[in-house]
Design a protein around this ligand. Structure first.
Ligand code: A3P
Length: 287
């Protein structure tokens, strides 16, 4: 595996799924529709979990669609080469996915009524998830050591650049009524309450029984067993299935099994420095 990337407006992208032309189209020409919902995340924040939740909400708890259609076809990454051709088969209201930072997101979004659900996660857990994922995904830098990879993450030297900049960029929208943010930790803590909040945000009314079905079919266990959602059908040029699985652990706090005390303290120091201007408190800051 090699680490091959190019820069688009200063952001690192993998040439496997992106090109300057595709990103330029995504930023400047892509037509956002007023009833679109975008899931926006930094990688490993719980993107696919949110796709599953929104797919099930769209289907009012019926898992047939999730059990028969690949997850990335249900909610394509609108800024990728593959995604741009997959979108034409997506029914409205479209749920589309993106890892783009704020400053290069679709310009037409900002004059539309479309909505964004931004999923965040404790960055220490993101890092651990990314560390393992990078060993199996062919487009990412293969981590040589935990220590070096951690430094790359903290300095924003990986694909999509810095987690800190991603969050700070998108948090500029946090007071807009078409922007909703939620954390992976909240989803873990009370998925049912989160599904209700998400339904309210997108204006979808589901009765209690249907909410229960959404919760049931978007559990870690259900997704891990669903071959349409667990990435076991991803091709070998994308994921090396001999090295690990996409649905890895699905827990909060796994960083405690990986970080030394010194690494955690160093992470906290960089975190405090980079996040000091944001004036927001996230509950992982206390853990
Ligand atoms: P871990 O590697 O910590 O297990 P993304 O979709 O943004 O790439 O995020 C992937 C992470 O979300 C992985 O974390 C994966 O296991 C976790 N995940 C996916 N579906 C989940 C679910 N239903 N419940 C909990 N975690 C889930």
């Amino acid at each position: 595996m090699s680490f091959d990337y190019f820069l688009y407006k200063g952001v690192r992208f993998s040439p496997g799924s992106f090109s300057e032309e595709v990103l330029n189209f995504a930023e400047n020409e892509f037509q956002v529709l007023d009833d679109d919902v975008y899931i926006v995340t930094y990688p490993k924040s719980g993107t696919n979990w949110m796709i599953e939740i929104l797919s099930l909400i769209k289907e009012e708890g019926d898992p047939t669609w999730c059990n028969n259609v690949l997850i990335w076809l249900r909610s394509p990454w609108y800024e990728t080469k593959e995604g741009q051709s997959q979108i034409k088969d997506v029914s409205r209201p479209r749920v589309l996915t993106s890892h783009l930072p704020y400053h290069i997101f679709a310009k037409s979004f900002f004059t539309s009524k479309a909505k964004i659900i931004y999923v965040m996660r404790n960055p220490k857990d993101i890092f651990v998830s990314l560390f393992h994922f990078s060993k199996i995904i062919c487009h990412y830098k293969d981590p040589e050591s935990f220590e070096d990879y951690l430094e790359d993450f903290l300095q924003g030297n990986l694909l999509y650049n810095s987690w800190f900049d991603h969050v700070k960029g998108w948090m500029q929208m946090r007071h807009n009524s078409n922007f909703f943010f939620i954390t992976y930790e909240e989803l873990k803590q009370d998925l049912r309450a989160c599904v209700q909040r998400i339904c309210k945000f997108i204006g979808k009314e589901l009765d209690e029984a249907k909410i229960d079905l959404v919760v049931k079919h978007s559990s870690f266990k259900a997704m891990k067993e669903n071959k349409m959602s667990n990435y076991s059908l991803a091709t070998a040029d994308f994921l090396d299935h001999t090295k690990g699985t996409f649905m890895r652990k699905g827990i909060s706090g796994d960083w405690k099994n990986h970080f030394t005390v010194a690494q955690s303290e160093y992470f906290d120091k960089v975190y405090q420095e980079k996040m000091k201007d944001l004036n927001m408190n996230f509950f992982w800051e206390e853990s």
